[in-house]
Design a protein around this ligand. Structure first.
Ligand SMILES: Nc1nc2c(ncn2[C@@H]2O[C@H](COP(=O)(O)OP(=O)(O)O)[C@@H](O)[C@H]2O)c(=O)[nH]1
Ligand SMILES: Nc1ncnc2c1ncn2[C@@H]1O[C@H](COP(=O)(O)OP(=O)(O)O)[C@@H](O)[C@H]1O
Length: 211
């Protein structure tokens, strides 16, 4: 009884662990993330990455990404402003220290949406997140979803599919991810994601209620 109390107290004091969502482009990371942030807006906060890619219709600067030039991004990296950065499909992407600190300063669980190079690099930091891999049911389904999303040129789509095949293999490497979710039916996948994060959600709610 006491042991359980103390272990919960200790883990609450350690603060919530960040969450990394990774997986192929088109696997459904943003869709799942948006559902999570909507249902638990007082629990999770999104780490807004920097990117050199152009904004898509409906995306907002500072909300979906910080849209910057290659020069600005490179300068930031050289100054040590980034926890990690990577080149994906012809563009640069990176998590700034400020992006994570902004979320953690609000006592929220920081959620990062990053590619597999990001996962490898974050493993070398002291962030200690929960690693969640979101995978499509098959490459054929992934291709259909990417085409139906209508955000990519044929060239960009082919690059994403090529990277997806590597990513799908990477996700099978033992010890790389704590949780692996196949996003076939969206509601089922969302249910799995929530279950995987339940302990951290409860922790944040308890701490925020008592403060
Ligand atoms: N390493 C790293 N990858 C990122 C970052 N931000 C986004 N990504 C990844 O970059 C890839 C492309 O993202 P995006 O252009 O938004 O396309 P989408 O995944 O098809 O919606 C995805 O795999 C993202 O997870 C970041 O800060 N660091
Ligand atoms: N379970 C699902 N069933 C059908 N379509 C889905 C499902 N999950 C996501 N989608 C759709 O697939 C496309 C890719 O999802 P998205 O969240 O943009 O992926 P990612 O962020 O991983 O690139 C979007 O158009 C989205 O609406």
């Amino acid at each position: 009884m006491y042991m359980r109390y103390f272990s919960r107290l200790l883990s609450a004091m350690a603060g919530p662990r960040p969450v990394v969502l990774s997986g192929p482009s088109g696997a459904g990371k943003s869709t799942l993330l948006k559902k999570l942030l909507k249902e638990y807006d007082s629990v999770f906060g999104f780490s807004v990455s920097h990117t050199t890619r152009n904004p898509r219709p409906g995306e907002e600067n500072g909300k979906d990404y910080h849209y910057v030039t290659r020069e600005v991004m490179q300068t930031g990296i050289e100054k040590g402003d980034f926890i990690e950065s990577a080149e994906f499909s012809g563009n640069m992407y990176g998590t700034s220290k400020a992006a994570v600190q902004d979320v953690q300063a609000k006592n929220l669980i920081c959620v990062l949406d990053i590619d597999m190079q990001g996962v490898r690099n974050i493993k070398g930091t002291d962030l200690r997140p929960i690693y969640v891999s979101i995978q499509p049911p098959s490459i054929a389904v992934l291709e259909k979803r990417l085409r139906d999303r209508k955000t990519e040129s044929e060239e960009s789509l082919q690059k994403r599919l090529k990277a997806a095949k590597v990513d799908m293999e990477f996700s099978k490497e033992p010890g790389m991810f704590d949780v692996l979710i196949i996003n076939d039916n969206l509601e089922d996948a969302y249910g799995e994601l929530k279950r995987a994060l339940l302990e951290e959600i409860t922790k944040v709610k308890e701490v925020n209620m008592s403060s």
